[in-house]
Design a protein around this ligand. Structure first.
Ligand SMILES: [Ca+2]
Length: 256
């Protein structure tokens, strides 16, 4: 295949290798059809994920009352009325043990304008926020120093978002070791370009101090044991049971 042009001063010619005979129009159509099937599969897969998130969220809302400091507490509008160590907010499994993240889903896909993180105890850990676009790709939309810092007891960190992508899923990253103490979060609002705020219908996190969905949770009604003047709480973590004596070290009492 050849094409080109020439002027009195310059001649331009381009020669492209001929398409192999077998790479026919029919093959091209087949490839287009294959791409369409893949795209459609991807879209169905994402829709299924969104439906699962919604169902999981409904179950979590029912368990919410018993899930103190659990991921369940991230659902819905803010409900932690005072800053401090409140059971109505999510807390990570440890005070400063590791990097943490939270992913929240929303009912509708929207064009985001900002993300609002309700920090209710030991603020300052926020380092990054991202959204997931319609193809499920993670897009970082904000990075920097947390707008809410100690000595503030808490606050709403408003992170501006400028992106062409619509979203129904947000992820935030917390540098918990760098922000001493329990970094507790009540909820994460997603503000759209019309100024409407959307609240999470589902949530997952790297860890949680309480709640059914976490690897570590309290057994409600497990009884009180007085132990050298303190009343420890029983913690189930993976295949182990631990006694939290209110010190830095949890005492293993059972291992499978
Ligand atoms: Ca921390």
């Amino acid at each position: 295949m050849r094409f080109g042009f020439s002027t009195p001063f310059l001649t331009f010619r381009l020669r492209l290798p001929s398409l192999p005979r077998r790479f026919s129009f029919a093959t091209l159509l087949l490839l287009v059809a294959l791409a369409a099937v893949l795209l459609s599969w991807r879209r169905d897969h994402l829709e299924l994920q969104a439906e699962i998130a919604q169902l999981r969220g409904e179950q979590m809302r029912r368990d919410r009352a018993n899930a103190r400091w659990g991921v369940e507490q991230l659902l819905g509008a803010p409900d932690t009325d005072a800053y401090g160590d409140q059971v109505t907010a999510w807390a990570p499994a440890t005070t400063d043990g590791q990097q943490e993240w939270i992913v929240v889903d929303y009912a509708e896909e929207v064009s985001p304008k900002s993300i609002e993180v309700y920090e209710t105890y030991n603020p300052g850990a926020l380092t990054k926020a991202s959204i997931f676009d319609s193809f499920g790709r993670e897009v970082v939309v904000w990075e920097g120093a947390d707008p809410t810092q100690p000595p503030a007891a808490g606050g709403v960190s408003k992170l501006p978002v400028s992106t062409i992508w619509k979203t129904r899923k947000v992820k935030i990253y917390l540098d918990s070791p760098a922000a001493p103490g329990w970094n507790e979060i009540d909820t994460i609002g997603l503000v759209d370009t019309d100024g409407k705020t959307h609240w999470p219908i589902n949530a997952t996190a790297s860890s949680a101090y309480g709640g059914r969905e976490s690897g570590r949770g309290y057994l409600p009604g497990s009884g009180t044991v007085t132990f050298g003047g303190v009343s420890p709480q029983l913690i189930i973590q993976g295949d182990e049971a631990l006694l939290d004596l209110g010190t830095d070290v949890d005492v293993p009492v059972y291992s499978r």
